[in-house]
Design a protein around this ligand. Structure first.
Ligand SMILES: C[S@@+](CC[C@H](N)C(=O)[O-])C[C@H]1O[C@@H](n2cnc3c(N)ncnc32)[C@H](O)[C@@H]1O
Length: 349
């Protein structure tokens, strides 16, 4: 939505976006060049890579400032965005609660929340639902002003996160799906990409986040899309067996611990009909990256509120798909790169 911002809120957020752009686009490439020149034979294992980058760049100004600014910007988003949404609360509430949506939103105040979901993601104050307008905070302010210019996490400076979502949706093998499920639908950004690629399919989104679902519901209403949105854990959706022909997942599995990832995959296998497909877009595993890049990604685990990043990026996701029952499992970079990284599977007919 178009959040009514005071000039100082807008300029403060734009400043953060510019800093992130500079850190990711100027400082980080300088650090990468220094490291790669100093270590032509790069180590392979994560522990050795972290030690090597830490030692070689210990007194390298661009590297230290890149990390400092990236952490500071991530914290500062909420320092600036929370007062900004309070200022716009009346209009935001009216937008969120306007009726007339063609779809449905089923919230469950008694939903069973797994412990890991409360792990304080992305340095938010209180996690995914740590503020009652967190959907607007993350999507319209954090994402729009600070993260969209890229240069943080897996998204490089100048890359377009929205375009990347559509690319993932297009990696689903067919074009004639009728019923699509997205676990971890959040504020619905990927869901809109799915709707653009599969305009005739029915769409169901599941998430634990009330604020994310409320936001997604409002955007679906504005776009005239009849989405069915359900507050439930992706591990136990409560949806009938064999009721979807595509499950599409975007950047959920770096937010879940390995046991939850395995449980969600089993659930997706259950709700897919025979002949159905699964497509997943996320960050490529560490072993697909050069040492410096792997260390930059891994840094997110301890410093930018990504508690399951390290375990997720060392996980054998294709192996877990096979264990869940999927066949024809493939893993590759969409467009030949490493992000978005696609993992696909099929439920045999
Ligand atoms: C990074 S967001 C991705 C949102 C969306 N897929 C997109 O790209 O536009 C991850 C979402 O997964 C949700 N999530 C994490 N664990 C979940 C679980 N076990 N069940 C349902 N949703 C979960 C979070 O609440 C969050 O909204």
């Amino acid at each position: 939505m178009d959040v009514p911002l005071r000039q100082r809120d807008r300029s403060g957020l734009e400043f953060l976006g510019s800093l992130q752009h500079h850190a990711g686009g100027v400082l980080q490439p300088a650090a990468a060049a220094r490291y790669e020149a100093a270590v032509p034979d790069q180590p392979a294992g994560l522990a050795d890579r972290r030690r090597s980058v830490g030692t070689v760049l210990a007194d390298h100004g661009p590297w230290l400032f890149d990390r400092f600014l990236t952490r500071w910007v991530a914290e500062e988003i909420y320092v600036r965005a929370l007062p900004a949404v309070e200022h716009g609360r009346e209009r935001i509430d009216a937008w969120l609660n306007a009726g007339g949506a063609p779809g449905t939103l089923a919230l469950d105040p008694g939903v069973e929340i797994p412990d890991y979901w409360n792990a304080g993601f992305h340095l938010t104050t209180g996690g995914w639902d740590g503020h009652d307008l967190m959907g607007v905070v993350t999507r319209d302010l954090g994402y729009e002003y600070v993260l969209a210019p890229g240069g943080v996490g897996a998204v490089r400076t100048g890359e377009d996160i929205l375009d990347q979502r559509e690319r993932v949706a297009r990696e689903a093998p067919r074009r004639d799906y009728r019923r699509i499920l997205e676990p971890g639908v959040g504020t619905g950004m990927f869901a809109h990409a799915v709707a653009r690629v599969f305009p005739d399919a029915e769409f169901t989104g599941v998430d634990l986040s009330r604020t994310g679902l409320e936001y997604a519901h409002a955007t679906a209403r504005d776009a005239g899309l009849p989405w069915r949105l359900i507050q439930a854990p992706a591990e136990r959706t409560g949806l009938p067996d064999a009721s979807f022909d595509l499950a599409a997942v975007y950047i959920l599995f770096h937010e879940t611990p390995p046991k939850a990832t395995a449980a969600i995959l089993r659930e997706l296998f259950r709700v897919l009909e025979p002949g159905g497909d699964l497509v997943i877009g996320d960050v490529a595993p560490y072993d697909r990256h050069p040492a410096f890049r792997a260390v930059v990604l891994d840094w997110e685990t301890e410093h930018r509120g990504e508690p399951f990043w390290r375990s997720a990026l060392q996980l054998d996701l294709p192996g877990l798909l096979r264990e869940a029952g999927f066949t024809d499992v493939e893993a590759y970079g969409a467009g030949g790169g490493t992000y978005p990284w696609i993992t696909r599977g099929h439920k045999a007919a």
